[in-house]
Design a protein around this ligand. Structure first.
Ligand code: PLP
Length: 366
């Protein structure tokens, strides 16, 4: 049996009359912009609890445009984790700003608050907490610290659509901006690249609308240099449909999470993931094992057609692109975790046979 790491197409089966509705959209000939994009922006803003939402072409663009809107420029320091996807740091480097790497904690693989407090100071301009794997990067504590230093916060919610804090404020709605990705494998995944920015600030919202459209306010009037970053109309249509069944998606992911916990917790060689609170929806199911067996476990699972994978093998502060530009820093916990981490298949609406196959094979390892 072949089990993929993620299975975004599975969700399409749950949408009523999906194929006929999609065909109708396909044949109407409107592929960029239009009502579906505007409706999706409104729906996301409502769901997340932010005043405004601007869709863009990817999560990477969402981060880049957020930094641009906040005026982050050459030489500005931005606090980031090193344990994340490269895009989080790449956008900082694109603008000539300087990443200040912060350690992560071993429970949720997000900012270590003690290290954050050590490194924060008045020379920092912005902070990008990454809600990795769907967990809360202690956003409320980070926000309190940032308020004292007047720092801007861009939440990287690429992997955390729908996750909330203990009081069920949605992640992405707490910082100055929240940057989401709708890459197909994400909790809310589209049929191609996509992303969005949410904010409560009207002037930032207006600025991002222009930034994503070549700096244009009126057509062919370019007030500043922007980029071209739009969500395709068909993608917006599918994302709207998936958002309308998001409660089911959320429940199914939570059931999958509980299934793993109930069936694997007796295995003393696996450390299972924890959710910071019950409003978290995980995007990845990430375990840690001894570094001595991690690669063996990965090969074993892959040999049995189980799409396990490693997020992230090499932290960003050790990547060539970063070492070529900045002095090497030491992040002991980050480096340790990257050697013991492994993500197991995790998606909505798994079949019973898939679940049984997964835990049977995992239990037989060792
Ligand atoms: C934490 C994180 N940030 C940013 C991104 C970038 O999103 P996208 O692939 O949509 O550009 C990703 C995507 O994988 C991500 O996981």
């Amino acid at each position: 049996m072949k089990i993929p790491l993620a299975n975004p197409a599975r969700e399409l089966n749950k949408i009523k009359n999906f194929e006929s509705k999609f065909n109708k959209k396909l044949k109407n000939g409107l592929y960029v912009g239009g009502k579906d994009v505007l409706t999706f922006e409104e729906n996301v803003a409502n769901y997340i609890g932010s005043k405004y939402c601007v869709t863009v072409n990817s999560g990477t663009d969402a981060l880049l445009l957020s930094l641009m809107a906040l005026g982050i420029k050459k030489g500005d320091k931005v606090m980031v984790p090193s344990f994340t996807f490269f895009a989080t740091i790449e956008v900082v480097m694109h603008l000539g700003a300087v990443p200040v790497f912060v350690e992560i904690n071993k429970e949720t693989y997000t900012f270590d608050i003690d290290d954050f407090k050590k490194k924060v100071n008045k020379t920092i301009k912005a902070v990008i907490p990454v809600h990795l794997f769907g967990n809360n990067s202690n956003i409320e504590i980070i926000k309190n610290i940032c308020n004292k230093y007047n720092l801007k916060i861009i939440e990287d919610v690429a992997q955390a659509f729908g996750s909330g804090t203990k009081n069920n404020r949605k992640l992405g709605s707490i910082g100055d901006m929240g940057a989401f990705s709708f890459f197909p494998s994400k909790t809310l995944g589209g049929i191609g690249d996509g992303g969005c920015i949410v904010t409560n600030n009207l002037s930032q919202y207006k600025k991002i609308l222009k930034l994503r459209n070549h700096g244009q306010g009126k057509n062919y009037e370019h007030e500043f240099v922007g980029i071209n970053s739009r969500l395709d109309s068909l993608n917006a249509f599918v994302l709207n449909e998936k958002l309308s069944i998001f409660q089911e998606i959320k429940k199914s992911r939570n059931d999958f999470y509980n299934f793993y916990i109930n069936n694997l917790s007796h295995l003393e060689w696996i450390n299972l993931p924890t959710k910071e609170n019950e409003n978290i929806i995980l995007n990845y199911f990430t375990i840690t094992v001894s570094p001595l067996i991690r690669n063996k476990l990965l090969s074993y699972l892959n040999q049995h057609q189980i799409g396990a994978s490693i997020y992230y093998k090499k932290p960003i502060h050790l990547q060539k692109a970063v070492l070529d530009k900045y002095e090497r820093v030491s992040l002991k916990k980050t480096e340790e975790i990257s050697k013991s981490i492994i993500s197991l298949p995790f998606y909505s609406f798994p079949e019973d046979e898939e679940l049984d196959y997964l835990v049977t094979k995992i239990k037989k390892f060792k």
